[in-house]
Design a protein around this ligand. Structure first.
Ligand code: F42
Length: 146
């Protein structure tokens, strides 16, 4: 990881979720709005600035690993964090009170992706609709403990 400074998300509700999650040491802010579904926090480096970025994502846990789904609500473009993770796969994942250094790789093998997509849609069914909404194949990463 670089020594960059933390630069909060430009999206207010996302920034607020990160703030609550971190300031409570993972005892608050770990659910997606009113859905009650659990969220993890991914910390990584910006590929151009080296700044520290923090991105809440749905919690999709497979064994010791986490599936990271670059869905961004089914918008046409990939989220910026997708490009950051491709450039530098070193991340820290907070799952409530547990913080673990991990490495994230984009899953390109079709069979592996299908298995992880099934786990992702089981944890968070709206991913199915997000994929129907956009033409890009939604990228999937697997983050594994270093
Ligand atoms: N997003 C998902 O894609 N999947 C999820 O499962 C998901 C769940 C979720 C749960 C709770 C919650 O609060 C948010 C959730 N989100 C989920 C939204 C997610 O947290 C992100 O906000 C969203 O995916 C958009 O990611 P983004 O990286 O495009 O963020 C935007 C809004 C943003 O803040 N961008 C910064 C900016 O300033 O515009 C990014 C800046 C950046 O990284 N710059 C790079 C750098 O070097 O610093 C350079 C980038 C470049 O390519 O030039």
């Amino acid at each position: 990881m670089s020594n960059g400074e933390y630069v909060p998300s430009t999206t207010e509700w996302v920034r607020n979720q990160v703030e609550l999650y971190e300031s409570s040491n993972g005892t608050e802010g770990y659910e997606l709005r009113d859905s009650g579904l659990p969220v993890i926090l991914v910390t990584n480096n910006g590929r151009n600035t080296g700044a520290i970025r923090k991105t809440p994502l749905m919690r999709v846990k497979v064994g010791e690993a986490y599936v990271l789904v670059a869905s961004m609500g089914g918008q046409p473009k990939n989220p910026v964090w997708y490009y950051n993770l491709v450039a530098d796969p070193n991340v820290t994942i907070r799952d409530r009170t547990e913080v673990t250094p991990m490495r994230a790789r984009e899953v390109t093998d079709a069979a592996e992706r299908a298995t992880l997509w099934a786990a992702a849609t089981e944890a968070f069914p709206p991913y199915i609709e997000y994929q129907q909404r956009c033409e890009r194949p939604i990228p999937v990463f697997l983050a594994e403990p270093v």
